[in-house]
Design a binder for this molecule. Sequence first.
Ligand SMILES: Cc1cc2nc3c(=O)[nH]c(=O)nc-3n(C[C@H](O)[C@H](O)[C@H](O)COP(=O)(O)OP(=O)(O)OC[C@H]3O[C@@H](n4cnc5c(N)ncnc54)[C@H](O)[C@@H]3O)c2cc1C
Length: 261
Amino acid sequence: MKIIKEPSIYIVGKQIVNSEDIKRFLRENNITWQTDTEIGAEMLSEISGRICYMSFGEKQGRKTNKEYLKNIIKSRHGSVLEHSVWNFIICGVSRSFTHELVRHRAGWGYSQLSQRFVDESETDFVEPDLISADQELHEIWYKCIENIIENYRLILEKLKEKVSKKFPDLNQVMRKKLVRQTARSILPNATETKIFVTANARALRHFIELRGSLNADVEMRKVAVKMLRLMQTEAPNIFNDYTIIKAEDETEIVTTEHRKV
Ligand SMILES: Cc1cc2nc3c(=O)[nH]c(=O)nc-3n(C[C@H](O)[C@H](O)[C@H](O)COP(=O)(O)OP(=O)(O)OC[C@H]3O[C@@H](n4cnc5c(N)ncnc54)[C@H](O)[C@@H]3O)c2cc1C
């Protein structure tokens, strides 16, 4: 059993543009367009915004992708940012984190490790910072977790016997599912989980603002700040208006003058 203190975020998917069809579109519409970004997500948001006013070629106005997206964000033309999409795997987070994460609906997709299908006997646990920083609290917490996992294993074994006696005709998959979904009732919020997440830039910005604030749960805040750092490298023209600052409680929080674009 591992005790986890830091979340891990993997960007496992990102957009590439289809240059051939972009050229064909420009040619067939007698327009020209050049951009200076090589980041697919930034390029796609720019094209989608330019489509609205057909501001290509002579009418291109703002020349750089940075200038263009800065104006989109400033003028709150947020739907344009929905065309920039990434796929993530988030691990080393607790079930309480994902319970809050999945409340974010618009522009998100989720696939999470199932406690009904997966045996959690060897699961890891996520320890809150405030507890791990205090030896006494840590010991109480750790004992509690040890106790729970021991009992989870015990209940699992007893349920296996019970279910095979009670439902001898049930197929193996259904039997396992019944056993695990019943035993998981005692697993705590601290149980580590993994979640595959797809989100667009507008949704990510909203998440980073809400969950990177002092009002948010500390673990949520950690993920939001980590996500922001990744996205500022991944797509600086979409995420660089945010600043990370130290809050009164010494944790990091996020600020921007362009909220809820
Ligand atoms: C500090 C904090 C404390 C919280 N405490 C609680 C709590 O105690 N209990 C609890 O249940 N939740 C709580 N939440 C969750 C919160 O209520 C939201 O569910 C969550 O933050 C997702 O935000 P959202 O709905 O704006 O996001 P999304 O679901 O991603 O929606 C994005 C935006 O789309 C629009 N939208 C989406 N769906 C609709 C709709 N159906 N109708 C109209 N507009 C829509 C809204 O403008 C919304 O802001 C808390 C959140 C925070 C940040």
